[in-house]
Ligand binder design. Sequence first.
Ligand code: NCD
Ligand code: ZN
Length: 348
Amino acid sequence: MTHLTLRTPDDWHLHLRDGPMLRAVLPWTAAHFARAIIMPNLVPPVVTGADAAAYRARIMAALPEGAQFTPLMTLYLTEDTRPDDVAAAHAANLIHAVKLYPAGATTNSASGVADFSRVQGVLERMAQIGLPLCVHGEVTDPAVDIFDREAVFIDRVLDPLRRRVPGLKVVLEHITTAQGVDYVKAHDTGLGGTITTHHLVINRNHILAGGIRPHYYCLPVAKREKHRLALRTVATSGDARFFLGTDSAPHTDPAKLQPCGCAGCFTAPNTMPILAHVFEEDGALDKLEAFTSLNGPAFYGLPPNEGTITLARGAPDLPSCINTDDGPVTIFDPGFTPGWHVTARSSC
Ligand code: NCD
Ligand code: ZN
């Protein structure tokens, strides 16, 4: 096989930032993806329908001429989020999900939720109207080891929350553990899981063995090899509950390369080449379209894209970093040369 044509993919978890960074990173996503769920962890965060409308307008203004890309906006859940505001933004077709950050779990999560009793009303309204909750699944308890925070979150927070709000659609985002995979697999309806590009490729040794590699540091942090293999197995299986959410999270090199560096891998430019390589390695090229282009829309109740993207043999021609007016941003290095590159995207 020399070419691979798929329905145009979507990214179900993406950080675009704002200002100069938005203008620099958006074209990379818009080149390969038709839609993306846009994370609301700006400073200050996107908390109201009005904030989401304004942010969407800034994204549309930053799109290159002729680009075909639809941002799917989200609201940042706080303890003060009003059910009526969420319902109105959903009714206006402005938002496609609400994002739960446990307070303090990751970048710009200070306004997240600490007391879950205070968001019960919003979650119940979301269940009524069929609006999904996207979940950053890590506990923030300093007593819990960082490598255990996802598994503990599932037991302590996620499972009780889903029992308190039956019918709520939930996406367990950027799954990094076998426990995350198993939890999603154990529940048939209303629960999905996104998997990033980089968690299919790196384990914790890549970050820490033989020297510390800040560009591989993200949250949730990559785990042991057995967890990476569990993610690979389920992503390449075609299971409809699992789909791509790159969590492409650009930070400038100066922000990453310091004594306390930022978490996030910038994977938007090379996600599709890396995924084609990974799926081929696992003998599952025929399952790539389900993971990138079919399972996500089905979960969100949206039609798959009509257009296509074509990949051809040969490595992508990419720089190691891109320049932004905020500073350079390093592109994720998978540690191998992808055997595919994107050649074309058609709209029908
Ligand atoms: C994200 C960011 O930089 O906004 N970082 C990351 O490591 N993934 C936040 C997040 O999704 O946790
Ligand atoms: Zn993220």
